[in-house]
Design a protein around this ligand. Structure first.
Ligand SMILES: [Zn+2]
Length: 198
């Protein structure tokens, strides 16, 4: 089908992912947040780098391993410098990388992850109603943020979850999730707007 309107969005995190883990300071499960600081240990020809997370209630720290026993010349100089200077972009890069968390066996607190829907491209005039007929939304999730497709779509279309469910039930909205590509496709059929919005 040729859609009149194609809209592209991207789900991007607003800040680093918080994680949940046992805190030896609090003596129980607690939420840890990114301090945006690295710990660098350069010892002869061995380099260790950690990203420091901190318990939100007692400030106890937990280190997540970035590099362990690495030859110092095997990473670019500017990256090494970035660790030493606690470069924010670098801390954000690791703090939003779910592979980095799983390598550290760290549990991301997905319910606390804040994200926004960034408009990449809208191939038609703006100021149209979000639920416009004959259009297709494509929403990519490059950070693999764990959030339900329905939640994202109702945010995009500015409708409630139950309204969305009804529209999906009668086939006016078709949702396809391509999980391995981290992509959500939303197709809105013809002659839709009048029915729902009237
Ligand atoms: Zn604590």
């Amino acid at each position: 089908m040729n859609y009149i309107r194609k809209i592209e969005y991207k789900i991007v995190p607003k800040d680093s992912f918080p994680m949940t883990r046992n805190c030896s300071g609090c003596g129980g499960k607690s939420q840890f947040i990114n301090t945006n600081s690295f710990r660098v240990n350069a010892n002869g020809n061995r380099l260790d780098v950690w990203l420091i997370y901190q318990c939100a209630s007692c400030k106890h720290t937990a280190n997540l391993t970035i590099y362990e026993r690495l030859r110092p010349d095997s990473i670019p100089k500017d990256v090494y410098q970035g660790f030493l200077e606690n470069k924010k972009e670098l801390a954000f890069q690791y703090g939003t990388d779910s592979h980095f968390f799983s390598k550290n066996k760290a549990e991301i607190e997905w319910s606390e992850v804040r994200y926004e829907l960034e408009l990449i491209e809208d191939f038609k005039m703006p100021k149209m109603h979000p639920i416009d007929t004959n259009s297709r939304y494509s929403v990519s999730n490059p950070y693999a943020i764990k959030v339900r497709a329905e939640k994202i779509i109702s945010e995009l279309l500015q409708c409630s979850r139950s309204e969305l469910k009804n529209m999906m039930k009668v086939g006016q909205i078709i949702v396809t999730e391509r999980k391995e590509e981290h992509l959500i496709l939303v197709e809105i059929a013809d002659s839709y707007q009048s029915k729902v919005l009237s």
